[in-house]
Design a protein around this ligand. Structure first.
Ligand code: NAP
Length: 434
């Protein structure tokens, strides 16, 4: 058995996540002790209101509402942020780092906007910040990129990062229902930490992908500057047509490193059935990577919930214990080592599916395709149909698939086509992955 060593840590926050971490730490403490030799010893729990009624399993003697109780205790080496939000958490974390306390954070709102400042402060104080639990799931993507794939060039990384959005899309497709109907499900309310529009309108995935960009690609971008679209634009009619052509909708976060620019974006995409990402159903997350040495590589696991997050929190306490006590020389985090500007959406290149609702008469496809031709846009296929089940009365659909085109050209062509008198409705389009 390995030699037993004790590491003291503090828990910041004892709400839904904090209580979950506490309970799982209690359950796993002995097993971790036997397996790794580390005795994970919780010394203090910071809360806002000490009088608040807590679960009976909590040792109340650990509770404090005074941050100084942690700052003044030299034996505490690690603090876990399970408070959430930007302030006062940002100020609390800065004080802890200035006191040489290493941070494990599950707080994606804070990291998605302040990662750069926190990493600089950690470098100055020779401490560590472990951001992986903030991605909200148990999939170890950051450590895989930093350690296991370190010899690889990651040509692209495409992630399903919002377990909530993925669950909603799976339900809409399996049960042929609308977003509104899924939002009313009890299951969803229970699954999501506090279901809000940010969970399915792209902000949640943008926050997570910005943390990933900073920690694994050394590109610091505030999540508010990332192009993010959510899934509320997807209707059962869109799902019906996508399925008919062999596609499934996924909310994807896409990272691609170009020579001079960094591409980062979040939006729903139509993914060809059979691609590994379409096998990711329900509240699961996945990261699909194109690498130079391993070819295509995918990580997959639970993307929502306290247990999944706690799995990484407990792992990080052990990793930090090893780093603090076993590594003589601390390696600094790289700050702006790449400093690449973010590619604008106008310049991205993608394939597209476009659906036009137009008058049912000869020549409509010709009118549409000739405008695409004016913009040098290559059409891979065009289909016209009268859809008696879902289609509008006295009108038909034209479905067009576009090959690898520049977004700006596609948008300009669509603006022009929308002006045609044959158009009866707003044009609907989706990007296609890959
Ligand atoms: N819930 C999840 O499933 C989950 C999963 C992954 C990540 N997260 C992240 O974890 C964080 C916390 O989420 P949560 O759902 O656990 O929130 P929560 O239930 O609202 O709990 C927040 C905790 O922080 C404490 N707190 C608030 N302000 C404080 C202050 N000024 N000083 C000290 N303590 C303070 C509160 O103390 P009192 O108890 O005294 O009010 C409470 O215990 C968020 O960043 C969230 O995104 C949550």
């Amino acid at each position: 058995m390995p030699k037993i060593k004790k590491i003291n840590f503090a828990l910041l926050g004892l709400g839904k996540l904090g209580t979950g971490i506490y309970e799982l730490w209690q359950q796993k403490r002995d097993a971790i002790h036997k397996e790794t030799g580390w005795d994970l010893h919780l010394k203090k729990i910071l809360v806002k209101n000490i009088k608040f009624r807590r679960s009976s399993v909590i040792d109340k003697s650990l509770l404090t509402s005074r941050l100084d109780d942690i700052l003044e205790d030299d034996s505490i080496k690690i603090a876990i942020d399970a408070i959430g939000g930007i302030e006062p958490t940002f100020s609390i974390i800065k004080k802890l780092i200035n006191n040489k306390i290493n941070i494990i954070s599950a707080n994606r709102t804070l990291l998605a906007s302040k990662m750069h400042e926190l990493i600089k402060l950690a470098n100055t104080n020779k401490t560590y910040i472990m951001p992986e639990p903030s991605l909200g799931g148990g999939v170890p993507i950051i450590s895989t990129l930093q350690r296991d794939l370190v010899a690889n060039k990651i040509k692209s990384l495409t992630g399903i990062l919002s377990g909530t959005s993925n669950y909603i899309l799976s339900e809409m497709s399996d049960k042929k229902c609308s977003l509104k109907e899924v939002l009313q499900q009890r299951n969803l309310q229970k699954m999501s930490e506090s279901l809000s529009i940010i969970d399915y309108e792209g902000s949640d995935a943008a926050q997570k992908v910005s943390i990933l960009a900073a920690s694994s690609f050394s590109v610091y971008v505030n999540y508010l500057h990332i192009h993010a679209e959510g899934i509320s634009q997807i209707t059962p009619i869109d799902i019906h047509h996508a399925e008919k052509f062999g596609y499934e909708f996924k909310l994807l976060a896409i990272i691609k490193e170009h020579e001079k620019l960094f591409e980062i974006r979040v939006h729903p995409s139509m993914v060809r059935k059979g691609h590994p990402l379409t096998l990711v159903r329900g509240e699961y997350n996945a990261f699909f990577m194109e690498t130079d040495l391993l070819g295509n590589y995918m990580l997959y696991g639970k993307g929502v919930g306290i247990e999944a997050t706690s799995s990484l929190v407990l792992r990080d306490i052990i990793s930090l214990s090893n780093l603090i006590y076993n590594t003589k020389r601390r390696i600094d985090y790289s700050i702006n080592s790449k400093n690449k500007p973010i590619m604008t959406m106008d310049d991205i290149k993608s394939s597209y599916y476009v659906r036009f609702t137009c008058e049912d008469k000869p020549g409509v496809i010709g009118q549409i395709t000739s405008i695409f031709g004016d913009f040098n846009i290559n059409i891979s296929s065009a289909h016209a149909e009268i859809d008696e089940e879902f289609g509008p009365e006295n009108a038909g659909y034209v479905h067009i698939f576009i090959d690898h085109a520049r977004e700006k050209d596609v948008m300009l062509a669509l603006d022009k086509i929308q002006q045609l008198t044959i158009m009866q409705n707003k044009i609907k389009y989706f990007r296609i992955f890959p």
